[in-house]
Design a protein around this ligand. Structure first.
Ligand code: ACO
Length: 401
């Protein structure tokens, strides 16, 4: 049915669907999600196979352009990204203006938006070539900004990376390389980050992705659409949950480790506390990403020789929830954020950087969805409402009120 027919059929009736729980906003060929059965596929490939066999840049190419790249296509994509990875020196002045305590998600959203000022040609993109140029620019500059947001907070001088390294390894260097020291990294660490980025790379029309598509639908440009997506991701009900999970697990540990007490709190409707990392709008079964991350958390911690008591607390909560009728009846299972923070922490990534890590992983998904929206020539996003306010009222001058 085309939009005109639909309008004719409904005769202008506006449906109301708070949170868009039952509203499809677009047709999309990027990510398939079956929440009842816990299936997730990018462009038809299962998340399990991609997490196991692919690398993040390959997955980014797949999401954005629809096919797994050939070796040459991947090399060209990487070369084009590297070519565009420099960030204007003046962006550093903006970074300097932030207080050290600023949350890196706010910094990242602001700097991503500021990139427009330094790359004005990336705004009006209509042709596929112009889109491609904007895409490789943001793919190149975003890891730099993410790493800089971390270094600013950590009080470290900025690192310019090394373009001879792989995409993810170079990001790791920009995050962690200490001045005047040799840079080296355990391959297991890079592989673990790569896997986490793949698992976060797209998830169809979630809150931040819908934001990217709706901002982009006004033809506002890729960088500001991504900047808006970062802001949406920041919230604790969305990407911010990964930070909230580890803080919750720490709180349970500090409190003596009584998981049952916190389960009861989560069930109490008078108490605003929710079990962070549990529940999902679409998954009414195990989040397949959580299954992979749980195994990865065990692997990473044991191969790095780390014994983190919060992993046991997390497993204890999961076990209890799976046997508790409140969680079972509402089909609340661990989501992608439940175990990811434990791995991030084991890799030396500070808590405030968990959500920026999610943003870095989600970047190709946001790009792919924005590109698809533009190529499909979707109309501007503009939902209707059901007005519940006053009817007509005569204006009363201030002295008579
Ligand atoms: N702890 C306790 N109760 C919960 C939880 C939770 N984590 N999640 C949902 N519920 C309950 C609700 O209170 C509600 O109960 P009711 O039917 O008795 O009123 C029922 O389960 C349904 O929950 P809704 O909030 O209506 O579901 P919705 O789809 O709107 O929200 C959300 C999904 C936001 C993810 C929710 O489950 C939640 O807040 N989870 C915790 C935060 C979190 O982990 N967010 C990350 C999601 S994944 C991601 O964005 C990457």
């Amino acid at each position: 049915i085309d939009i005109k027919t639909l309008r004719g059929v409904t005769g202008g009736v506006t449906t109301i669907d708070p949170g868009f729980k039952n509203t499809g906003s677009c047709e999309s060929a990027i990510t398939f999600l079956n929440g009842e059965e816990g299936i997730l596929r990018y462009r038809g490939y299962s998340i399990e196979q991609l997490a196991d066999k692919a690398d993040f840049l390959e997955v980014a190419y797949l999401l954005i352009f629809g096919e797994l790249p050939t070796k040459q296509q991947l090399e060209k994509f990487h070369a084009d990204i590297k070519e565009q990875s420099h960030v204007d020196e003046d962006v550093k002045k903006i970074l300097d203006g932030f207080p050290k305590s600023a949350h890196p998600m706010g910094v990242l959203s602001s700097l991503t938006s500021a990139l427009v000022a330094f790359n004005p040609t990336s705004v009006n993109v209509d042709s596929e070539e112009e889109m491609y140029n904007a895409i490789v620019k943001i793919m190149g500059k975003f890891p730099v900004l993410t790493a800089w947001a971390h270094r600013k907070r950590a009080g470290l001088p900025l690192d310019y990376g090394n373009n001879n390294l792989g995409y993810v390894e170079n990001f790791h260097k920009m995050m962690f390389h200490r001045p005047n020291r040799e840079y080296s990294v355990d391959k297991k660490v890079v592989d673990a980050i790569d896997k986490l980025l793949i698992l976060h790379a797209d998830h169809e029309q979630n809150c931040s992705t819908s934001t990217v598509r709706i901002v982009g639908s006004s033809h506002a440009g890729l960088f500001v659409s991504i900047s808006a997506g970062i802001a949406a991701l920041w919230g604790p009900l969305h990407g911010g949950a990964n930070q909230a999970v580890i803080e919750m697990l720490e709180e349970i540990k500090e409190d003596g480790g009584d998981t049952h007490k916190f389960m009861e709190k989560a069930k109490d409707k008078e108490d605003p506390f929710r079990l962070m990392g549990f529940g999902h709008r679409v998954y009414k079964n195990f989040d397949p990403r959580a299954k992979i991350i749980k195994v990865a958390a065990d692997d990473v911690l044991s191969s790095l020789g780390i014994d983190d008591p919060v992993l046991d607390i997390a497993k204890g909560l999961e076990k209890e929830a799976l046997e508790d009728s409140y969680f079972v009846d509402r089909k609340l299972y661990p989501n992608v954020d439940f175990y990811s923070g434990i791995i991030y922490r084991a890799l030396g990534i500070p808590v405030e950087m968990f959500t920026p890590m999610f943003a870095l992983g989600r970047l190709p998904g946001w790009i792919a969805q924005w590109r698809e929206m533009r190529l499909q020539k979707e109309p501007i996003g503009r939902p209707r409402q059901v007005y519940t306010g006053e009817t007509f009222r005569e204006f009363i001058p201030v002295e008579k009120r």
